[in-house]
Design a protein around this ligand. Structure first.
Ligand code: BES
Ligand code: ZN
Ligand code: ZN
Length: 468
């Protein structure tokens, strides 16, 4: 399907799309027919008037969030019809990205494992500009396309099954991306990780038949304004290890690599947007399995930083991998920002719901700026506050820190505080932790997200990096 921005409105298309609010419906020339069809212009409802070659889409108001969502409903209706081309009159420059995201992200389907590919008649969508500043629109359009496509790139990796996307295939994928987008690429295999004393990360992957790997990609423009390190949890499968997950909780755990996939999508987007920001992506690609040599509850691991960790639950593995990768990243790059992305805790979903990313860190200013980028990008994020009482729950009697808290409440925050232990003093205010356990994956469609990976983080960080 081809989406085009067109500098006129008289282009021929088989169907015209109209977005209508309840108020606009009242005075509409097709009010009688639309009322008979049961159309009330409610948000996310659609109605075809085939004889007039029209598709109506209900919308609460013409704000970006509602356009994105209505655009998703529109594209689903169009894809299940037999029109080959459609045209939409866009409203203004500031909501153009929302149209593009609604269409691309709402119309996304992952069919790699279907034996029959659905035939879709829709070949072309024309976004018509109607007397708006075309140059400005063109820039917005191109950027929105890059970001939406990078989000789909992330979704594709998340959705790939663990048999096909294990740590070594993630290495291959990163190498391909580095070639395609001209990025520097360094891979640390298990023997390199051992030399780096990354024993926490290595322990998590020990029972897997796939070797663990650290992936480092870098996008380096000539005179960058800022440097950012993006760190991703890349658990290509999380069985829980010896603290095995119950069967029902294990299903969907292919998505435990979503942090890594998001970071790959972000560096792809930034390099294609050609932003003047140096970006480093660090990924801990590991599979958490059971086996005779699996790491165990009761083990004590000596992490790369020298901090010793008592393992009380092998299912709290993401923080062990991130502890070593964060330490490595801080050594390799002196960054202005260090952001980590991880499907880290079920507790984050309990705290914030399934749709919202949990944001943790020490800088109020950074939280504020990220929250603005959240609103602008349409991603939901909310801060979860650290405190010294929760921090005490990570005390261990045998090691420097325990990988689980001694009390069951505030689990997302105690996981964040565990990571904090590995953030150096000089970097405390530069670091933010994003728990995307809920927001990265969905089993039912919401907003512009469809079943599977959502690509959480990609739009947010692309927007943030455009503003710094
Ligand atoms: N990958 C999971 C977290 C998760 C759960 C992500 C549900 C998405 C959906 C993580 O490794 C994990 O298992 N965390 C444990 C931590 C606990 C053992 C302290 C959890 O959340 O139960
Ligand atoms: Zn786990
Ligand atoms: Zn996990």
């Amino acid at each position: 399907m081809n989406i085009k921005l067109i500098n006129k409105s008289d282009i021929k298309s088989e169907i015209l799309i109209e977005f209508l609010t309840i108020d606009e419906l009242k005075g509409h020339k097709y009010i009688n027919t639309l009322t008979k069809a049961g159309f009330k212009a409610e948000q996310d409802t659609t109605c075809f008037l085939h004889e007039n070659a029209l598709l109506f889409c209900g919308i609460e108001d013409k704000e970006s969030d509602n356009i994105r969502s209505a655009g998703s409903s529109m594209i689903k209706a169009l894809k299940s019809s037999n029109y080959a081309s459609a045209k939409i009159r866009i409203f203004n420059n500031s909501t153009l990205s929302a149209f593009v995201e609604g269409i691309i992200l709402g119309g996304y389907e992952f069919s790699n494992y279907k034996s029959e590919i659905k035939e879709i008649s829709l070949k072309e969508i024309n976004l018509c500009s109607n007397n708006l500043d075309f140059d400005e629109l063109q820039t917005t359009f191109n950027e929105a396309m890059i970001i939406a496509n990078a989000t789909c790139f992330t979704r594709n990796i998340v959705n790939t099954i663990p048999h096909d996307m294990h740590p070594q295939s993630m290495v291959g994928l990163a190498q391909t991306l580095s070639k395609d987008n001209n990025l520097e690429c360094t891979i640390l295999q298990e023997d390199d990780l051992a030399k780096e004393n990354m024993n926490a990360m290595l322990a998590v992957g020990r029972a897997s038949i796939h070797g663990s790997a650290l992936i480092h990609l870098a996008y380096k423009p000539k005179n960058p304004k800022k440097i950012i390190s993006l760190v991703g949890k890349g658990l290509t499968y999380d069985s829980g290890g010896l603290s095995l997950k119950p069967s029902a909780s294990m299903v969907t755990m292919k998505m435990d690599k979503a942090g890594a996939c998001a970071v790959l999508g972000m560096i792809k987007a930034v390099s294609e947007l050609k932003l003047n920001i140096e970006v480093h992506a660090f990924i801990g690609a590991v599979e958490n399995m059971v086996g005779g040599d699996a790491y165990k509850p009761d083990d004590v691991l000596i992490s790369r930083s020298g901090t010793t960790i008592e393992v009380r639950n092998t299912d709290a593995e993401g923080r062990l991998v991130l502890a070593d990768v964060l330490d490595y990243a801080q050594d390799k790059v002196k960054a202005n920002y260090i952001f980590d992305f991880a499907t880290l805790t079920g507790a984050c979903m309990v705290a914030l719901g399934q749709y919202t990313t949990g944001l943790m860190g020490h800088s109020h200013k950074l939280k504020h700026d990220l929250s603005k980028a959240g609103t602008a990008s349409g991603e939901l994020i909310s801060s979860l506050p650290f405190n010294k009482h929760l921090k005490k729950l990570l005390k261990s009697d045998i090691a420097d820190i325990s990988n689980t808290a001694s009390k069951p409440y505030g689990g997302a925050i105690t996981a964040g505080l565990f990571l904090d232990k590995f953030i150096r003093k000089e970097n405390k205010k530069r670091w933010m932790h994003f728990d995307i356990a809920g927001s990265a994956y969905t089993e039912s469609a919401w907003d512009c997200n469809v079943y599977g990976g959502t690509g959480a983080g990609v739009r947010l960080i692309s927007k943030f990096l455009k503003t710094i």
